[in-house]
Design a protein around this ligand. Structure first.
Ligand SMILES: N[C@@H](CCC(=O)N[C@@H](CS)C(=O)NCC(=O)O)C(=O)O
Length: 201
């Protein structure tokens, strides 16, 4: 398999952590891809023009981090990161969706700051920031149920919180959220999280 990879993308990180947690990291060739380079060839694998994109052994290309993680979860014999059925399945997918919401908002804000100054819209910046705060507050209230293990939900949440640290360190998301902060402290020490820490290319 081949993974279109960017060392700072939190969506790619979800896939990388999944590969490590499921024992498949050694079987994947990482192809570092700068999607913002005008000469990028990402469209060869993903017509949408985004990373991650996973090229499977049969040549099929999977896009969207959630789908790639689900595909990878179908390929291994360890305990599944996405439970097959029942309340556990919906708990994991709900957490993954909430974490994706934090990530989408954070990436929107980063993109907004990269526009020419006179084209930036502070209203959207604030809207996304407030939405992220509300989501973090909800997760703080539910932090006791996060548990100590890795699944598709906790992986997405760990990557989302790590991305907030990378892009918005001054906003101090841990403030007033001690349970979420404690959970992240433990989760981010997992080898899969350590090995995938974002680094500038
Ligand atoms: N929903 C997608 C988001 C992927 C995404 O936005 N990737 C960013 C890198 S962090 C990207 O490739 N952006 C290029 C663009 O927006 O054109 C996923 O979950 O994979």
């Amino acid at each position: 398999m081949k993974l279109r990879f960017s060392p700072t993308s939190p969506f790619v990180r979800k896939v990388t952590v999944t590969l490590h947690e499921t024992g498949q990291a050694d079987g994947v060739e990482l192809i570092t891809t700068n999607v913002w380079d005008p000469a990028t060839d990402i469209a060869r694998d993903n017509p949408v023009g985004k990373v991650p994109a996973l090229v499977a052994d049969d040549g099929t290309v999977y896009v969207e981090s959630d789908m790639i993680c689900a595909y990878l979860d179908s390929l291994h014999d360890r305990p599944k990161l996405i439970p097959a059925e029942g309340p556990a399945r919906w708990r994991v997918l709900r957490l993954q969706a909430l974490a994706d919401g934090i990530l989408d908002s954070a990436v929107d804000r980063v993109k907004e700051t990269r526009r020419p100054e006179d084209k930036q819209w502070d209203g959207m910046h604030q809207r996304r920031r407030v939405g992220t705060g509300r989501t973090l507050d909800l997760l703080e209230s539910e932090a006791g149920a996060l548990g100590g293990g890795a699944d598709a939900g906790t992986i997405a949440l760990g990557c989302a919180l790590g991305y907030l640290d990378l892009r918005f360190p001054d906003e101090a998301w841990r403030g007033g959220r001690p349970k979420l902060a404690a959970w992240y402290e433990t989760f981010s020490a997992r080898p899969s999280m350590r090995v995938s820490e974002p680094r500038q290319p």
